[in-house]
Design a binder for this molecule. Sequence first.
Ligand code: CAO
Length: 415
Amino acid sequence: MSKALDGVRILDFTHVQSGPTCTQLLAWFGADVIKVERAGHGDATRGQLRDIPDVDSLYFTMLNHNKRSITLDTKNPKGRAVLDALIKTCDVLVENFAPGALDRMGITWAHIQALNPRMIVASVKGFGPGKYEHCKVYENVAQCAGGAASTTGFDDGPPVVSGAQIGDSGTGLHLALGIVAALYQRNSTGRGQQVLAPMQDAVLNLCRVKLRDQQRLERNGTMHEYPQYPDGKFGDAVPRAGNASGGGQPGSILKCKGWETDPNAYIYFITQAAVWPAICQVIGEPGWIKDEAYATPGARLLHLKPIFARIEKWTMSLDKYAAMDILNQHDIPCGPILSMKEIAADESLRESGTVVEVDHPTRGKYLTVGNPIKMSDSKTEVTRSPLLGEHTEEVLRQLGYSDADIANLRAEQVI
Ligand code: CAO
């Protein structure tokens, strides 16, 4: 079966997490991704958070599937020549170096354009143009600068960063979309272009609803779906909303049976207006269906705390899966709080290829997250990440280098 991005060649100059998630997605869609790593060192994540001595870390292997790896000292003139040859033959260069690093290597936009005017150059940076454009940025910095941290957590606690890597993997997703859009536009223009996805901007895009709420707050001084309503106080910026549902359907995380010992014995429960009568029946409060204090969504907003306290009395009598089974029978939107242990064992996620077991020559079998985007005519097969420089000779031969050239480059530690 063909793949969506068959024939697309990616010069993958990415490292750590944000850039590699982008090129991994492109590889899963069928692109030939050639990861260029520093000779002798490789992507720093190969050695970070290792669980097995001298073996590529899960950090690296889980971000670099389906790629080829070559080592190259791009600051050596002979290494630069190899890089230039790659620029001439690839469609896209993806990088997430610190600001200015590519220019310092001599790989400017003008240089790339002169070699290959069809090349798309895609970059992740921490910030876009402006006062912070020269800053190095990691995940949590982006979550803080993009508005996620100030709006996450509880009202009486400090800002909180999310376990979801919205700064790194979230930006990688944004960049991948920019790249495929640029490839599509190139079909009609014949030209490459620069694609930039700043991490702050990507996080803000994912926090769009909070900028919506900032404006609602400024206009009305209150927001009725927030836990600060009706008893607490609002300040002049969007407050942290705990586990309140961000939309117009109030929701909360509620304890289930076993919560005293199991940190994940909880369920997310949404009091969707359409199923309010069913909720009342299920929890044993049929009188609430007609009671004026509870009958309408507007009235309920004044009583969310006692409503959820009553629902929790019911959820605490059941384990989260049993509660989910009953609620689903009534179309009441809910979801169990799943631990990573539970997700790793989830049969549906395994069947769909979102949780995949991969075999690696030095580490053995490990679990990874496969392609979360499913396409009917471009199936993803997850293959292991490459060893450092595993494909250096193969790629150099494809570029026309002879065995003697390759031996010389190796002797001079360029590869
Ligand atoms: N051969 C020779 N030199 C190479 C090379 C190669 N193959 N690959 C990289 N280098 C060099 C770079 O040219 C750079 O040299 P200079 O500092 O002399 O310009 C140097 O290696 C280090 O690159 P870096 O500054 O990007 O790396 P760092 O570890 O200091 O910083 C990070 C890491 C992530 C903070 C920074 O790259 C960054 O801000 N990137 C943009 C934002 C981003 O993607 N952040 C998310 C990372 S995932 O959490």
